[in-house]
Design a protein around this ligand. Structure first.
Ligand SMILES: NC(=O)c1ccc[n+]([C@@H]2O[C@H](COP(=O)([O-])OP(=O)(O)OC[C@H]3O[C@@H](n4cnc5c(N)ncnc54)[C@H](OP(=O)(O)O)[C@@H]3O)[C@@H](O)[C@H]2O)c1
Length: 309
């Protein structure tokens, strides 16, 4: 099986190159080789590589900057994935694409008034530009008729790139006190786990012993949207406290852990509004997988244990 992976310099793309080893011929490309804002180049690369499977973790992920660059964010997140999916359909390839909890407005509550996790059947209603562009990308892939998996993830971190974990470790080594938002709920999700779980899905669902190249017809049977997040829910503030508990014992912190004070979303103004409830229900994904979904605490522990920062 030939697998084309976009965005190999990103948190998920970088891990995918490692996790997919042994599953086929991996052609991982970066922005210089396949720029998603250049639709002709996107088509050319796919026509040249002729993959059986396209995995697309590349995205415009600067959530706040997207508010002032909506056209570029829409081209990369909303239009390019649709072009990839059309090309995939024409050559009989399948596509795995990543999307986000930010397609929702974060207001879902149960009958008691508590936040309730979103399922794949809930109707999206994004409240920022990034969320709108990612939803457009989902819709374009579905409309293309290509065999696809759309994996919605959230609060992605790793020991690589730009993310909350690395920001906390840096600030925790500089300061004695931090103020962190405590009223947005979601699931921190390690990019290493996302990549391993994607590889597991491919192994268990797409590769048949008789024909490794027929990913599209195998994928058609399970095609659709899936929530792919570590299990359990927390806030950014509680996530930060857990980071410092882990970091204090494994050498990532060079001084005493800082005190993490709880603040509200309104105390930390940013250009793009965030959903208060980013919780995603993973039951649909779990029905596909042979192994249980890692808790967010376990993934954080495994991430910091595996990699030096
Ligand atoms: N990060 C999160 O918290 C989060 C949350 C929910 C969902 N997601 C989704 O999960 C997926 C993976 O995210 P991630 O955290 O791995 O993102 P990331 O670390 O920000 O990486 C994004 C990747 O996309 C590439 N990219 C950006 N613009 C591009 C363009 N015009 N052409 C080609 N490549 C381009 C980047 O290349 P450069 O290195 O050249 O910039 C980088 O390789 C994305 O679909 C994202 O929307 C992420």
């Amino acid at each position: 099986m030939r697998i084309l992976v976009t965005g190999k310099t990103g948190q998920v793309g970088y891990e995918l190159e490692r996790s997919l080893q042994g599953l086929g011929e991996i052609i991982a490309v970066d922005r210089s080789q396949m720029d998603l804002s250049n639709l002709d180049q996107v088509r050319d690369v796919i026509r040249t590589v002729k993959p059986n499977l396209i995995i697309n973790p590349a995205a415009y992920t600067a959530v706040d900057k997207a508010e002032s660059e909506p056209e570029l964010a829409m081209l990369v997140n909303g239009i390019a994935p649709g072009v990839m999916a059309e090309e995939a359909r024409k050559i009989g390839a399948a596509m795995i694409h990543y999307s986000t909890d930010y397609v929702f407005d974060g207001t879902k509550r149960d009958s008691q008034g508590a936040f309730e996790p979103y399922t794949e059947d809930d109707v999206p209603n994004p409240i920022n530009v990034y969320g709108k562009t990612k939803l457009a990308g989902e819709q374009a892939i579905i409309a293309s008729g290509c065999a696809h998996l759309i994996l919605r993830t959230s609060w992605v971190y790793s020991t690589y790139g730009k993310n909350f974990l690395l920001t906390m470790l840096r600030l925790g080594n500089e300061r004695d006190e931090l103020k962190v938002v405590d009223d947005q709920w979601g699931s921190p999700t390690w990019s290493g786990w996302i990549a391993d779980t994607t590889a597991q899905l491919i192994k268990e669902q797409l590769i048949t012993s008789s024909n490794h190249d027929d990913a599209a017809s195998r994928l058609s049977a399970i095609a659709g949207v899936y929530n792919l997040v570590n299990s359990g829910y927390t806030t950014w503030c509680r996530f930060a406290r857990q980071i410092f508990i882990e970091a204090a014992t494994d050498g990532h912190l060079k001084k005493n852990a800082p005190t993490v004070l709880s603040i509200g979303t309104s105390d930390y103004p940013v250009p793009a509004p965030r959903p208060a409830n980013s919780q995603l229900n993973t039951a649909k994904l779990e029905a596909l997988l042979s192994a249980p979904v890692n808790s967010w605490e376990r993934s954080l522990h495994e991430c910091l244990k595996r990699d030096n920062v």
